[in-house]
Design a protein around this ligand. Structure first.
Ligand SMILES: *[C@@H]1O[C@H](CO)[C@@H](O)[C@H](O)[C@H]1NC(C)=O
Ligand SMILES: *[C@@H]1O[C@H](CO)[C@@H](O)[C@H](O)[C@H]1NC(C)=O
Ligand SMILES: *[C@@H]1O[C@H](CO)[C@@H](O)[C@H](O)[C@H]1NC(C)=O
Ligand SMILES: *[C@@H]1O[C@H](CO)[C@@H](O)[C@H](O)[C@H]1NC(C)=O
Ligand SMILES: *[C@@H]1O[C@H](CO)[C@@H](O)[C@H](O)[C@H]1NC(C)=O
Ligand SMILES: *[C@@H]1O[C@H](CO)[C@@H](O)[C@H](O)[C@H]1NC(C)=O
Ligand SMILES: *[C@@H]1O[C@H](CO)[C@@H](O)[C@H](O)[C@H]1NC(C)=O
Length: 668
């Protein structure tokens, strides 16, 4: 059935073409340069602003002045077999693009044109699209057929909008027009913007028998829609002459605009050959959608993979950062060892904000333990030498088991590489030094100070004599005395001084401690003893009673030892004048005097003369009277000389050894 119909149709077509006895003419330009013909021989004649680019684009306009551009197929096309015959069917297809340089101020459009001559002399630019001039517009003697792709609404030509397609016969006043767009397969109208810069296809078909003119549009790469955009019945026999020229016309106004034709095919008495869209030349601004697709196909997964890698790296880093390092020897300290992760979260990653202070042994951070919500102080001690760490941890843990009401409780430790983290109870009232100097906001009255002194003394006594082994604190000072919620003095940082010196030869042990608290015998020999702790405690007693630093400056800017200063008052028999004026009137005169003298006795240059902590505790509790001694016991090669000598030696000592300033965290 189908075959039969087809054969009939075929033969009727054949007979028709035999009747008209003329061969069909057609040509195809997939770009306007061919392999064998240079621009000159490609049968395209250009005029006005038009030009051809080396890659084969037909540029109709590319200027910002008023001008017209024409491009015509150089040979005349025979539309009629004889001058009085009816016009034959014809068909054309082309791809164009308009550069959207300034979208709101677009230039004018372009038109496919069938004209009686090669070019359109006397035509006007701007809204005349290079087709007509003001006097011949609308005159039937023009013999011009055009399809305009107009981007400006010219009310004088009854344009419907600034983005329309119209069929023009001898006049810019279109016989039929429509907003640019196409009817898709579902029968829905889709708008197209002519100045979008996108490539678009246009088909113009004229049926010589039915006289129907169809204009159809579609986006690039879309198949030709079934339903035309503009369709009208008009016999073109009176318009078209026997031989006509076909081509394109465009014009600019005052705004720069660029009109391009990328490919074109034409046929008389047949359908225009389809264009090979993939062979068309590239537009200067156009990025190939295949590249876009390639990029999106390749780049998006690539980006995804990269971001995944970053995420994995971040997670791994974080895990490594928070990972635990447990060495075999540490298992015996089991419950004293805390998890680094907990400490990390407790201190919110050791934030600067939570830094309580930093000193010779490291920085102290405030934190809240995750589960128990207990407030803690975490001390980060960095330790350069790994050897001896085991012994030190053992000692710390053993000391941590000591429980004394005047020691800051050590809750546990954590070791990570060569860093040691010691976790203490958080002391809400801070360290003693903050209440003594630098015009403190809160001062302690004598009762409170005396309680603190007694507390520290009993802690030191505990370390020296009551614990199973002798523990030398090595860094007794006001900033190491912390006040708990009841303002009890608690000694912190015990045993830490060992860390800086451990593992090295006792002969060359570095002097560790704090400037102003170092006993002269310690500086000379480098050996810490209980007596060197007593010396430092003596300095602390004077500090508490006088509210002054161990080494201060007088009005003349000279450095002054607190010991010398107190001794000076005693020599003048008014030792009580050395007391802290911030004490106020409420104090026990006998106690203050006793503390000042005891401080001097403890800080005696001769370690043999210094009392033991047991004796000190007796004196403080009033169980024993201070031995009889006078300022003269310190003179004559005594106190003053001893201390100064000690400092001098220390200075040289610092000069020759590489002792870090940080170890001697001087006078905070
Ligand atoms: C130009 O015209 C000549 C002669 O008609 C023809 O041989 C040639 O193929 C044409 N060139 C192009 C590029 O169409
Ligand atoms: C065409 O028509 C004109 C008048 O309409 C006539 O003068 C002329 O002879 C005709 N030519 C031919 C070839 O039929
Ligand atoms: C318009 O064009 C016609 C030719 O089509 C020419 O004869 C005429 O002089 C032109 N008029 C103007 C005003 O340019
Ligand atoms: C149309 O143009 C022709 C020739 O250019 C001229 O003689 C005629 O007067 C014009 N007609 C109108 C209506 O302008
Ligand atoms: C143009 O539009 C005006 C008003 O809408 C109308 O009067 C006139 O007839 C129209 N002209 C043409 C040629 O369509
Ligand atoms: C198409 O364009 C017309 C007029 O420009 C507008 O009214 C209509 O909303 C547009 N439709 C779509 C789907 O953009
Ligand atoms: C024009 O389009 C109609 C469909 O709307 C179609 O039937 C007709 O064949 C078309 N004519 C030409 C010349 O393509």
């Amino acid at each position: 059935m189908f075959m039969k119909l087809f054969t009939i149709f075929f033969f009727s077509l054949l007979s028709q073409s035999l009747q008209s006895s003329s061969r069909t003419l057609d040509f195809t330009y997939n770009g306007f340069v061919t392999e064998y013909y240079s621009n000159m021989y490609n049968n395209i004649s250009i005029e006005g602003t038009a030009s051809l680019t080396s890659n084969g684009l037909l540029v109709l306009t590319n200027t910002n002045f008023q001008g017209t551009g024409h491009a015509f197929y150089t040979k005349p096309i025979r539309f009629k077999d004889s001058p009085n015959d009816t016009a034959s069917s014809f068909s054309t297809a082309f791809v164009f693009a308009i550069n959207p340089q300034i979208p709101i101020l677009s230039g004018h459009g372009l038109a496919f044109v069938v004209a009686p001559s090669l070019g359109l002399p006397f035509s006007y630019p701007s809204q005349y699209l290079g087709l007509f001039n003001i006097s011949n517009n609308g005159n039937d003697s023009n013999h011009v057929f055009a399809v305009e792709l107009d981007t400006i609404r010219s009310t004088e030509f009854n344009d419907t909008d600034d983005n329309h397609v119209g069929i023009d016969i001898n006049s810019l006043r279109s016989v039929e027009s429509s907003p640019a767009g196409y009817w898709d397969k579902k029968g829905q109208f889709k708008n197209l913007s002519l100045i979008s810069g996108k490539r678009m296809q246009v088909w113009v078909d004229y049926d010589g028998r039915t006289h129907r003119i169809n204009v159809t549009m579609a986006p690039f790469r879309k198949v030709k829609p079934m339903k035309p955009l503009v369709s009208v019945i008009r016999d073109l026999s009176s318009v078209l002459l026997q031989d006509m020229f076909v081509g394109f016309s465009s014009a600019t106004g005052s705004v720069r605009s660029e009109h391009y034709v990328l490919g074109w095919s034409f046929s008389v008495k047949g359908e225009a050959p389809p264009l090979s869209l993939s062979k068309l030349p590239k537009l200067p601004w156009f990025k190939d959608t295949r590249i876009d697709r390639f990029i999106s196909l390749l780049l998006i997964p690539l980006l995804f993979i990269i971001s995944l890698l970053f995420l994995v790296r971040f997670i791994l880093r974080r895990r490594r950062k928070l990972s635990e390092e447990l060495e075999d020897w540490e298992t015996e300290f089991g419950k004293n060892r805390l998890r680094f992760k907990d400490l990390y979260f407790a201190t919110k990653g050791f934030k600067e904000k939570d830094l309580l202070g930093s000193g010779g042994f490291g920085s102290v951070y405030r934190g809240v333990m995750p589960k128990t919500e207990k407030e803690v102080a975490v001390k980060r001690v960095s330790n350069k030498s790994k050897q001896g760490l085991k012994e030190f941890v053992a000692e710390i843990v053993s000391i941590g088991q000591m429980s004394h009401r005047n020691l800051v409780p050590l809750l546990g430790y954590c070791r990570r590489r060569d860093e040691l983290l010691l976790v203490y109870d958080y002391m809400p009232n801070g360290s003693l030094d903050k209440y003594l100097y630098n015009s403190p906001d809160v001062t302690l009255d004598w009762k409170q100070r005396f309680k603190v002194i007694k507390g520290v003394a009993s802690a030191l006594f505990f370390l020296h004599e009551e614990w199973e082994q002798v523990v030398i604190h090595r860094d007794v000072k006001a900033s190491n005395v912390l006040l708990d919620s009841e303002h009890n003095g608690r000694l912190g940082d015990f045993g830490l001084a060992r860390l800086c010196g451990h593992g090295s030869d006792p002969q060359t042990t570095h002097v560790a401690g704090t400037w102003g608290y170092l006993a002269p015998d310690y500086i000379r020999t480098g050996r810490a003893t209980t007596a060197t702790d007593v010396f430092a405690f003596g300095v602390l007693l004077l500090e508490v009673a006088c509210g002054r630093r161990p080494i201060d400056q007088n009005e003349n800017g000279e450095r002054l030892l607190l010991v010398d200063w107190v001794l000076g008052f005693w020599t003048e028999e008014n030792i009580l004048d050395a007391k802290d004026p911030k004490l106020g009137p409420e104090y026990d005169q006998r106690e203050v005097e006793m503390v000042l003298k005891l401080g001097l006795l403890c800080a005696h240059p001769n370690p043999q003369v210094r009392p033991t902590m047991r004796q000190v505790l007796h004196y403080l509790k009033g169980d024993a009277m201070l031995p009889d001694f006078s300022p003269s016991d310190f003179c004559g090669g005594g106190m003053t000389l001893g201390i100064n000598q000690g400092l001098g030696e220390l200075a040289t000592f610092i000069g020759v050894s590489s002792i870090a300033d940080s170890i001697l965290s001087g006078g905070r």
